[in-house]
Design a protein around this ligand. Sequence first.
Ligand code: 13P
Length: 245
Amino acid sequence: MLIAGNWKMNKGKIDEAVALARDVRIGAYNLKGKVDIMVAPPFTVLSHVVDTLKGSRVKVGAQNMFYEDAGAYTGEISPDFLLDLGVEYVILGHSERRKFFHETDETVLQKALKAREKGLKYIVCVGETLEQRERGEAKDVVGRQVKAILDGGAYSENLIFAYEPVWAIGTGKVATPELAQEMHGFIRELLGENRDTLILYGGSVKPENAEGLLRMDDIDGALVGGASLNAESFVKIIKIAEECV
Ligand code: 13P
């Protein structure tokens, strides 16, 4: 299992980032060690968070990266810069990036191929909007997003999928465990012989609803937004995950 915290564009001031990372580190200290843990802060505090978490079980991820190593790409971040800092994970194709920054299945694939080449662990986010679900297209959409990665040759042992239904992100409307399980089972089928790939659930995961989700057969962890901005609630979710392994 993996419990990952996506801080999004929060906790980007150095003091608050270091304080949150330190509190997660302290909270994780007494855990049983059965679950992998990752936090993904904003780029500008990555090096501070890496330093704060050095020697602990909590790994660090980036929320995005570009698919070239270097060059005239103003404003972009190379995977080599992340590796140089000691970053081990990268989140790719989050629905907020697809929505606000026009990322497509094609650009997400290019990024996944680059992360694969570089040996980063890459979490590819997939998920349908409310309109798509209401039109009965949820599986078409998620199937297309997953197949773009698999058919594009971006599978590796470092690939992780995160099913994040867009209507459940930041809304407090968590998917029921049964609905999430159905989509996770669907993604698992698409993975075929690579069915051991981790599939995380994301969307309003909180200590109050984590157990029902994490007990489902095909839910291998969580990508946590809001509840990862508080060390106590994030560590609670990790503890619940340990009971569900
Ligand atoms: P929330 O947990 O705040 O709904 O965010 C989920 C998410 O988008 C994680 O990547």
